[in-house]
Ligand binder design. Structure first.
Ligand code: HEC
Length: 275
């Protein structure tokens, strides 16, 4: 475990839950692994790592009031406290256990993790089956596999871009998505899918990681609006979902493109905060 500037990602959010006897386990939101004193060591200086929770006393902690709205966190098996090594104030400094001394490097403040708008309203859209129609495809064979025998690998072209690989169908192998939403026109209407190397398979990411990825790729409000409101692929996903074989995918929230625009615009106007 290391300390780092607060960045709102799941790597910095922990679920604290009681395990009995006044102790808690502390599980990371991103990795789902628990804080763990390495090798069950009882000595000063043993490092804190993450490990699958197995109920060990080196994975159970007592959080106690140290005054000033700060807390000490003591490992059950050793009675030693979580401590930032060498009083370091740098990102990357390791967290170890040490005999409780009440010094500033052993005092922690606890903040309730923000959930909020993106996690509740927007994350579920990204993780829906509509978006993963395109976003969870790593290879030509996966793409062919979901086409009900309508296309062959030779119908797909792969284009390398500085960001990763795009896969598109050759001429005529897909219904148009330009008019997926009655009355709307779009700038971007090509039917293509991103490959895994673009790092935008939303099904493999936590909502906080999705949010950070979106903001890395689309850093400004203008870029976000352009992508979310002018891209027929997204409009197809939230509004239509009709496949070339005529079937329709289960609807993603909020159900139609107009409602999606309202949801996204509220988030963008608020400065696109991430959980
Ligand atoms: C028809 C396929 C398709 C569907 C459906 C689709 N996307 Fe995409 N999406 C793409 C492609 C292709 C890219 C990569 C574009 C590129 O090469 O820059 C992309 C990129 C993105 C990006 C990153 C933008 C960037 O410039 O990197 C976001 C955000 C995104 N999609 C969100 C969504 C959401 C949300 C949904 C569901 C509502 C969705 N997409 C549905 C094909 C799709």
């Amino acid at each position: 475990m290391q300390q780092w500037d607060c960045n709102g990602t799941g790597a910095q959010i922990f679920h604290v839950s009681p395990v009995g006897g006044g102790y808690v386990k502390i599980v990371n939101a991103n990795s789902k692994k628990a804080l763990d004193v390495t090798d069950l060591r009882t000595t000063d200086g043993a490092l804190i790592q993450q490990w699958g929770y197995g109920g060990g006393a080196n994975q159970q902690f007592e959080i106690f009031d140290a005054g000033n709205s700060q807390f000490g966190i003591r490992a059950r098996h050793s009675g030693k406290a979580l401590d930032v090594k060498d009083f370091s104030q740098s990102s990357g400094a390791r967290v170890q256990q040490w005999t409780w001394a009440g010094t500033a490097n052993q005092r922690w403040t606890l903040q309730k993790a923000p959930t909020g708008y993106f996690a509740e309203q927007i994350g579920p859209i990204f993780q829906s089956e509509r978006c993963s129609t395109c976003h969870a495809l790593g290879s030509k064979s996966m793409l062919v596999g979901q086409h009900h025998g309508l296309i062959a690998a030779s119908d797909i072209t792969e284009t390398a871009t500085p960001r990763g690989t795009q896969m598109r169908c050759g001429s005529g192998c897909h219904v148009s998505i330009a008019s997926s939403v009655p009355g709307e026109t779009f700038d971007e209407t090509e039917w293509m899918v991103p490959s895994f190397d673009m790092g935008i398979d939303w099904t493999g990411k936590s909502v906080s990681d999705i949010c950070v990825t979106v903001k890395t790729h689309l850093p400004t409000a203008a870029a976000q609006e352009k992508h979310f409101f002018e891209d027929a692929r997204i409009a197809w996903a939230v509004h239509s979902g009709v496949l070339p074989n005529g079937t329709q995918k289960p609807k993603a929230p909020p159900g139609n493109f107009a409602a999606f625009k309202v949801l996204m615009e509220a988030w963008i106007q608020d400065g696109s905060p991430c959980p």
